[in-house]
Design a protein around this ligand. Structure first.
Ligand code: UD1
Length: 421
């Protein structure tokens, strides 16, 4: 198992290319299942989650080729098993997103129930309620859920809560239903908009994506397309914080600033300078960081995927910050690790009170989930001495060669292969 070692204290300066968005790529890979010809995606990030999704698609009967430019040919799925096995779903929950397109196009899907994961229970009841409203029969047995329908029929569906995966899954099922579907209280995340753009290019009739009401008029056929995936707002936000906390100056090439308002607002509140330039977003760290309060919310609120990273910034500010997590019930697992490095954080339920200003000193730490790992990298960048991060496979799910890219802008960071876990 690999480990990452960082010698903290370097100021990060220069340019960093923001790569394609993981959270957009995964549902787009699933959307290729809806086409009757191959789909090609460009700017695909080289991440283990993308590979896991490819593996799942191959298991369903797709032919998959390439990586940065990825072609998915779904023509073999008709004969395939239409099943997402436990082994894949347990490593990546986004696997459940094959359900909507399989159901919409082939009338059947069998998917292992994902169960909980490190950051919370994460049920899929809203996905299933949506499919049921479209006329699907749902059956659970042996840890799997089966959804079945002859032809789905459009319906009005009001989600109980804002769910990104649920909105995407039901949207894909409805794209080939008979008649019109209206999704209310739909997620407004850029990755939902991106999926709607892709489905639209394939021939679907979708209006309102990006607002909380999405209307989908079902069509009989969808075609394969060619599409470049949008840049990753979470990767850009993580690098922006790296600039802010190291007193650095980074130009984040192609950063999708228009999707990053909540993060940029908090960076500015903390004293960082954020400038939207023609090539991307420039972030300049201040001499001293100011405390911030934030609450995670569905888009356009502050993203839960940036909470752990922003907490590192808060620990380095002079004064008290309060961070409230409202999306997931167990998303403070990074706190004990940050405290081991020198942070002063008290958690009460879903509220973390952070007292600055931490003086981090390097140590061995364990990555626990994807964004928690990113926050440990950030802490390592400012810690005195050597920080060693273990279980970096979590990091590889969402950040492509982060050590090489950060090294290019001045960080003293290296990966060692085959370290103990
Ligand atoms: C969520 C985040 C997304 C983030 C991703 C990975 C939100 C709204 N969503 O998306 O930004 O990129 O995690 O970290 O911020 N829920 C149910 N029943 C369902 C579906 C969801 O109760 O059927 C609950 C979840 O447990 C969670 C909330 O709704 O508390 C949002 O979940 P959802 O948006 O579906 O999760 P992801 O799609 O994984």
């Amino acid at each position: 198992m690999d480990k990452i070692v960082i010698h903290g204290g370097a100021r990060l300066t220069g340019e960093l290319q923001v790569l394609g968005a993981k959270n957009a790529a995964l549902p787009l890979q699933c959307a290729a299942l809806l086409g009757d010809s191959p789909t090609t995606y460009r700017h695909v990030p080289r991440l283990s989650d993308v590979q896991t999704m490819n593996q799942l698609l191959v298991g369903l009967g797709c032919a998959v080729e390439g990586d940065r430019t990825l072609t998915i040919d779904p023509t073999g799925v008709q004969e395939g098993p239409k099943e997402a096995p436990y082994e894949l779903v347990k490593t990546m929950r986004a696997s459940v997103t094959v359900m909507g397109p399989l159901l919409g196009r082939h009338g059947f899907a069998r998917v292992s129930l994902p169960g909980g994961c490190a950051i919370g229970a994460r049920p899929i009841d809203q996905h299933l309620r949506g499919f049921e409203a479209l006329g699907a029969k749902i059956r659970m047995s042996h840890g799997y859920v089966e959804v079945k329908a002859r032809r789905l029929k459009g319906a009005r569906i009001n989600f109980d809560m804002v769910t990104v995966g649920g909105t995407q899954n039901v949207m894909m099922a409805a794209a080939m239903a008979k008649g019109t579907t209206v999704l209310e209280n739909a997620a407004r995340e850029p990755e939902v908009q991106e999926l709607a753009i892709v489905l639209g290019k394939m021939g679907a009739k979708i209006a309102g994506a990006g607002s909380s009401t999405i209307e989908i008029e079902g069509v009989d056929d969808l075609q394969g397309i060619d599409h470049a995936i949008l840049p990753d707002r979470i990767e850009a936000g993580t690098f922006a914080i790296a600039a802010a906390i190291t007193g650095g100056d980074l130009l984040l090439l192609d950063a999708p600033s228009s999707h990053m308002h909540a993060v940029i607002a908090k960076l500015e509140e903390a004293g960082a300078e954020c400038r939207v330039e023609p090539e991307g977003l420039r972030v300049i760290g201040p001499e001293e960081l100011a405390p911030i309060d934030l609450v995670t919310r569905p888009h356009p609120g502050f993203p839960t995927d940036m909470q752990a990273q922003m907490m590192v910034l808060a620990t380095l500010a002079r004064g008290q910050s309060v961070i409230t997590e409202t999306i997931f019930e167990n998303r403070f697992m990074h706190v004990p690790e940050l405290c081991r490095l020198g942070a002063d954080i008290h958690v009460n339920g879903n509220v973390a009170v952070i007292r600055g200003k931490a003086r981090y000193t390097g140590s061995i730490v364990m990555a626990t989930d994807l964004r928690a790992s990113a926050c440990l990298v950030l802490a390592g960048l400012v810690a005195e001495g050597k920080t060693e991060i273990r279980r970096v496979y979590h990091l590889d799910r969402g950040y492509e060669t982060i050590e090489k890219r950060l090294r290019k802008v001045g960080a003293k960071i290296r990966r060692y292969h085959g370290a103990p876990s």
